[in-house]
Design a protein around this ligand. Structure first.
Ligand code: APR
Length: 179
């Protein structure tokens, strides 16, 4: 199992091998963490995303693409598209949110990366209930952590205390259940 850390802060400042962007399917930027990453990375990030879109189209919900990071401290950006919350189809959306985390880690491992930082995907503009999303994120990351890969550290970066309290509680409970 790799180390799982929790910080309250700004994903754009993380000095890790890869930061994970909560993108949209166009890959052409937006608000929230997507907008913050593009602003901090500079125009070359958007240029690289445009190239991907031209070659293979956008990114499906639950899927991932990797790019360089422009001016960011991180070496790479892994772009993933979380599901938009709709209560009536929640059971269909949960696996897609889990896939954002597991496929991001698979892609990071395929590139031999050691450290990955995640935002709280889908819990902003996409409206996912924070507690439900936190449980899905932690379960997906801990499940991947049982594999032997290059990944040594995964960091959950919460932008607000509400998410941080939830992640702290669920991470502590998961550790206690294992010991
Ligand atoms: N660092 C870390 N977390 C951040 C930052 C930041 N700089 N900015 C926002 N967040 C947090 C939000 O508070 C929220 O908890 O990231 C989480 C995800 O929120 P969004 O960025 O709104 O992402 P999401 O809910 O997945 O919606 C994606 O929003 O920005 C657009 O282009 C994006 O259309 C896509 C949609």
């Amino acid at each position: 199992m790799f180390d799982i850390e929790l910080v309250v802060g700004d994903l754009t400042t993380m000095a890790v091998d890869a930061v994970v962007n909560a993108a949209n399917s166009t890959l052409l930027g937006g608000g929230g963490v997507d907008g913050a990453l593009h602003r901090a990375a500079g125009p070359q990030l958007l240029e690289e995303c445009r190239g991907i879109v031209a070659r293979q189209g956008g990114c499906e919900t639950g899927d991932v693409v990797i790019t360089g990071s422009g001016e960011l401290l991180a070496r790479y950006v892994i772009h993933t598209v979380g599901p938009v919350w709709r209560a009536q189809v929640a059971d269909r959306l949960d696996p897609l949110l889990a896939s954002c985390y597991s496929r991001s880690l698979e892609l990071a491992a395929a590139h031999g990366l050691g450290s990955v930082a995640f935002p709280n995907i889908s819990t902003g503009v996409y409206g996912y209930p924070k507690e439900r999303a936190a449980r899905i994120a932690i379960t997906a990351v801990r499940s991947f952590g049982r594999r032997e890969t290059s990944i040594r550290t995964v960091i959950f970066v919460c932008f607000n205390d509400e998410n941080a309290v939830l992640y702290r509680r669920f991470l502590d409970a998961a550790s206690a259940a294992e010991s």
